[in-house]
Structures are given as structure tokens and as C-alpha cells.
Design a protein around this ligand. Structure first.
Ligand code: PLP
Length: 345
């Protein structure tokens, strides 16, 4: 096989990742701080993310699926699978590389029947997504199970909603009602609500990767991911000519344009059309016209030396890019596709 260097890459700042985890760990007070690494580490690469965070001291990792947990198995970490235990998952669960987060009475019965062992339990405190009803938890359904963590999940932690204290109180009310070793509630935004939400273990995801779900995290959390793409062609577009699909951008004057190897198939979605930007040195270069599947155009009048083959950084401060594109910070990260090289610095 011939090695083919990809024409687009993610520059990933491993020091920012671990600094973000440490900052969240401080904000979690005496609680332990885990890491949500589902969706391939929010698009960065779960194995790399988990390995680095484990070195920084993180001990609890969360995936959505068993296949995601299996990918981490060579690292020998403590992984919990949030989406529980389907019948199809039992062989994986018995292999011992991760433990299930039991979400339903059926899953509880299935785990007992399979022989059980260490597990976690999700209790629903108002989100009505996954998890047992609080009444089931209090009823003795879980008696005898080896529960490490009894957890719940905040629906509105990025807002100052009355549901936040209500969910906290609902979890607190279950303290002592099971044999669980630990209680856990807060995601990234929940950590920013204060140590009253941290219980024994926090589960940040987004903020590890540079996302800022609440203003308290601005200035605390640093950018981790910068997409970069290569210039495939530079051209002069004469005044009055158009660029891209549907000819939505018309040159107001003769304009220098660079075409980058990046498009919506790489998670750089069409919301960035005429809204996104790239950066070369300290010069900001606006995206012009429609983002295509694999290409995007920039106005590069301001950088006469930028040439075919050069690399350009995409502006990807997550709150700013989310506001520009209309996408959530979560979507921006998890949409980053398989075509990027992933370069850790
Ligand atoms: C994804 C997820 C998290 C992490 O949430 P962020 O908002 O990304 O910090 C924590 N807990 C559960 C149950 C999750 O599904």
C-alpha cells in the first residue's frame, strides 16, 4: 500500500485536552472526574483521547455502545456502556472489558441471569430518555446487584432551569436506597452548576474537547481541535462572476479565491456557506458561496502569497463556529469525518 497523506487534517492539542480535564476535575471538587468518549471521542479519536486522559489521572470512561467499549479494550481502562445491555450485548459484557449501565427492568433481569458482576445503573429523574424509574430503584429491584455507580443525566444543565435542582434532589433522594458505591449526575454543563451537582463522579464530554456549554466555562476551557485543509487551486474571479453551486456569490470586484479540500462530507456543513472563515497567520479569510460536499472557497485577496498546496486553518472556536453555522457545538465535533488525518500536538 502506498501511503497517501490526506489533504485535510485535524490538529488536536493534547495538552489542551488534558488541561481541560484537570480544570473540570478541579471544578468537580472532591468528586472523581470521568470522561465521555462516545462517538469516537466526540470525533477526535477515542483511543487517543482515552489514553491521554488516563495518563492525566482519569479513571472512569463512558461509551454509548459495546463496540465503542471494545475499541478501548486494549487500553485496559474502566469503561461503562451507557446504552445498557441488549440480548446481543451479553457476550461482550461477559468478556469483561466494560460494564453495562442498566437502564430497564429487562436489562436488570438479563444481567442477573447472565451471572451479573459489576454494573452501573441509570435512573431517570425527568429527562425521560434512558433509565429506570426512581420508584423501581427504591422498590428493591436492584437488591443484590454489584452496583458501582447509580447515575442520572441532566436535561437542561446548559440553562438556568428549575429542572436542574429538581433532578439533583431526585437523585439525592435515592442516596442509600441501593448498594451503589457512588452517585453521579453532572455532565460538562452540570459541573459548571457547582459542586452541589458533582456527587461522587462527574461525566464531562463536550468541555473536554473545547466546548463551552455555559459561560462559567469560558476562559477555563481551551480549544482542542483545529481543522486544516490544503489549497487545491488558487484563481482570480473577475468582477461579476460567481463562485460555487447555484452561483450564490458574485464577485463585487476582481477577487482572489482559494479552493480548499474540505466540505460538508467532512462535517463542514452548509451552514458555513458565506458564514465560516479560515485563518492564515493573523488574517481572517471569509468562506464565499456554498460549501460543497468536498470543497469550499475562500476570499484570499488579503494573502497574496497563499499558494496551491499550502495549508489553511479553519476558524473552529466552538461557541463562535456554532453561532456562525447554526449547528450545536456537539454537532460540530461529532460530525468531523473519517477523511481527516488526525495529528496530535
Ligand atoms: C454524553 C453524556 C455525557 C457527557 O455530556 P456532555 O454534555 O458532552 O458533557 C454524560 N453523561 C451521559 C449519560 C451522556 O450521555
Amino acid at each position: 500500500m502506498i501511503a497517501i497523506p490526506p489533504p485535510l487534517r485535524l490538529l488536536i492539542d493534547g495538552h489542551a485536552l488534558t488541561a481541560n480535564w484537570r480544570a473540570l476535575d478541579r471544578m468537580s471538587g472532591t468528586a472523581a472526574t470521568g470522561a465521555a468518549v462516545k462517538a469516537d471521542g466526540y470525533g477526535l479519536g477515542a483511543v487517543q483521547v482515552a489514553g491521554r486522559l488516563a495518563q492525566a489521572g482519569c479513571r472512569d470512561f463512558f461509551t454509548a455502545t459495546w463496540a465503542e467499549a471494545q475499541a478501548l479494550a486494549p487500553l485496559g481502562l474502566t469503561v461503562s456502556v451507557l446504552h445498557g445491555l441488549r440480548a446481543e450485548d451479553v457476550p461482550a459484557a461477559l468478556a469483561g472489558f466494560a460494564r453495562p449501565v442498566l437502564n430497564t427492568p429487562t436489562q436488570v433481569a438479563r444481567w442477573r441471569e447472565a451471572g451479573g458482576g459489576p454494573c452501573d445503573v441509570m435512573v431517570d429523574t425527568g429527562m425521560n430518555r434512558l433509565g429506570l424509574a426512581a420508584a423501581d430503584v427504591a422498590s428493591g429491584l436492584l437488591d443484590g446487584l454489584a452496583i458501582d455507580t447509580l447515575m442520572s443525566h441532566l436535561a437542561c444543565a446548559d440553562e438556568d432551569a428549575p429542572m436542574n435542582p429538581a433532578q439533583r434532589a431526585a437523585l439525592e433522594a435515592l442516596r442509600g436506597s441501593t448498594g451503589a458505591r457512588r452517585l453521579s449526575l453532572a455532565n460538562s454543563a452540570g459541573i459548571a452548576l457547582g459542586t452541589g451537582y458533582a456527587f461522587d463522579l462527574t461525566r464531562p464530554g463536550l468541555a473536554l474537547y473545547g466546548g463551552i456549554a455555559r459561560t462559567e466555562l469560558a476562559g477555563v476551557i481551551g480549544q482542542v481541535v483545529t481543522p486544516q485543509a490544503q489549497v487545491l487551486q488558487r484563481r482570480r474571479v473577475p468582477a461579476g462572476a460567481t463562485v460555487g453551486y447555484n452561483a450564490t456569490w458574485t464577485a463585487p470586484a476582481d477577487t482572489e479565491v482559494a479552493i480548499l479540500n474540505l466540505g460538508y462530507a467532512d462535517g463542514y456543513l452548509r451552514g458555513f456557506s458565506d458564514r465560516g472563515s479560515a485563518v492564515v497567520g493573523d488574517v481572517t479569510l471569509p468562506v464565499i458561496g456554498r460549501v460543497s460536499m468536498d470543497l469550499v472557497a475562500l476570499d484570499v485577496d488579503a494573502v497574496p502569497d497563499l499558494a496551491e498546496g499550502d495549508w489553511v486553518s479553519i476558524a473552529f472556536d466552538l461557541p463562535t463556529a456554532a453561532a456562525a453555522s447554526g449547528l450545536s457545538q456537539y454537532e460540530l465535533l461529532t460530525g468531523l469525518g473519517a477523511r481527516y488525518g488526525r495529528v496530535w500536538a
